[in-house]
Design a protein around this ligand. Structure first.
Ligand SMILES: NC(=O)c1ccc[n+]([C@@H]2O[C@H](COP(=O)([O-])OP(=O)(O)OC[C@H]3O[C@@H](n4cnc5c(N)ncnc54)[C@H](OP(=O)(O)O)[C@@H]3O)[C@@H](O)[C@H]2O)c1
Length: 341
């Protein structure tokens, strides 16, 4: 495919910083132009765009990366095809994972593009074999230090990361309990993903339901949401319990974050708890081994891949707003272009 710099390049930009919850019209499609790649940069065409809770936190700022400002193209993880290597070591047609953002074309440093095999469904490289699956596997096994027979509780359990965490826990011989936001998701994770139990944090009886689902307490809590759910889970932890602090989605999309755990230090000492945050990017050396394990479980039919692909770049703002509202089941992606042009 030949694309000339200056040709049309559909983009989604942040046009208004949300004061509270993100709205679809805070993000707007614009006709940009294809950039000229600079030294060491390749020109890429976006195929699939990952929709992540982190997209919202990057708008809010105070994270591990630069804040997205008004007028910026939205940032996002993508799978792309190299259309102009521009003298870099990537051949035209190579499929890569990178951060092209919410646009059809981008010029990116070749050293920040990771070639991938096109033999598996490309979507898997952003989901179960990409950021979310690796976060689930490495977060649970390395930070959670699980043991067979222990009780694992995971929040946002029907989501991209949570759906893998619970299944990995089951495969490691743990009793797995999901926390979800609806009855439909509760049934999905127990009936389709074979969690042992699931409870809804939106139910007025949530605290009692969680106690009933974990009568012997919790050994590992994999936290995707923060806020009051984290507070409750910590109080149900057993001696030497662990909390894997993966994400805090309940705090991302609001001007008034809910209360977070209070009065915890005493509990941490008496129960000898470990509460540990982690960022996937710190564990790059473990990616290949983790992908091998996840891939083997998929091939054996032990790990179910759950994903939904929404068509068209212009649908991305609604896809993100909907994800923050809990619409998604499994990994949510947007198809920006065909696998092969
Ligand atoms: N540490 C890392 O390196 C790393 C890497 C990737 C992701 N993460 C984090 O992992 C978490 C999950 O990400 P994901 O990509 O797998 O997203 P996801 O779980 O597929 O989607 C987000 C889900 O969160 C739930 N949710 C939304 N608002 C909530 C609230 N106020 N309280 C409780 N649950 C709420 C919704 O499900 P319900 O219907 O159940 O509410 C929604 O479907 C996020 O916090 C993300 O930031 C961390």
């Amino acid at each position: 495919m030949i694309v000339q710099p200056g040709s049309p390049n559909r983009q989604i930009r942040l046009v208004r910083r949300p004061a509270d919850q993100l709205r679809v019209d805070d993000l707007a499609p614009v006709e940009g132009t294809v950039p000229e790649p600079g030294d060491g940069e390749a020109l890429v065409r976006t195929i699939l765009l990952s929709i992540d809770p982190a997209n919202r936190s990057w708008i809010g700022g105070r994270t591990y990366r630069d804040q997205i400002r008004e007028g910026d193209v939205m940032a996002g993880f993508t799978i792309c095809e190299v259309v102009d290597p521009n003298g870099t070591n990537l051949a035209a047609g190579t499929i890569v994972v990178g951060e092209a953002g919410w646009q059809q074309f981008a010029a990116l440093p070749a050293r920040r593009l990771r070639p991938i095999s096109a033999t598996r469904p490309l979507s898997h490289h952003l989901g179960v074999l990409g950021v979310t699956g690796l976060t689930a596997y490495i977060g649970l096994t390395k930070i959670g230090t699980p043991a067979a027979g222990e009780v694992l509780v995971v929040s946002a359990a029907a989501g991209a990361t949570g759906s893998v965490v619970g299944q990995v826990g089951r495969l490691l011989g743990m009793r797995t309990v999901g926390i979800v936001g609806s009855e439909a998701k509760r049934r999905f994770v127990t009936e389709e993903l074979r969690f042992d139990a699931a409870v809804s944090y939106r139910s007025p009886t949530f605290a009692d339901d969680l106690r009933e689902a974990c009568p012997s307490g919790i050994d590992v809590y994999f936290d995707n949401v923060g806020g009051p759910v984290l507070d409750l889970a910590i109080r149900r932890l057993n001696l030497h319990g662990r909390v894997v602090c993966c994400g805090a989605i309940s705090l991302y999309d609001t001007a008034e974050p809910p209360p977070s755990p209070r009065g915890i230090p005493g509990l941490v000492i008496t129960k000898r708890l470990r509460i540990e945050g982690f960022l996937l990017g710190d564990h790059a050396r473990e990616f290949d081994a983790a992908v091998d394990v996840l891939q083997r479980w998929i091939e054996q039919g032990e790990l179910r891949v759950v994903e939904e692909i929404i068509d068209g770049l212009d649908a991305a703002p609604q896809a993100l707003v909907g994800l923050l509202a809990g619409e998604n089941v499994g990994k949510r992606l947007v198809r920006v272009g065909p696998d092969r042009a």
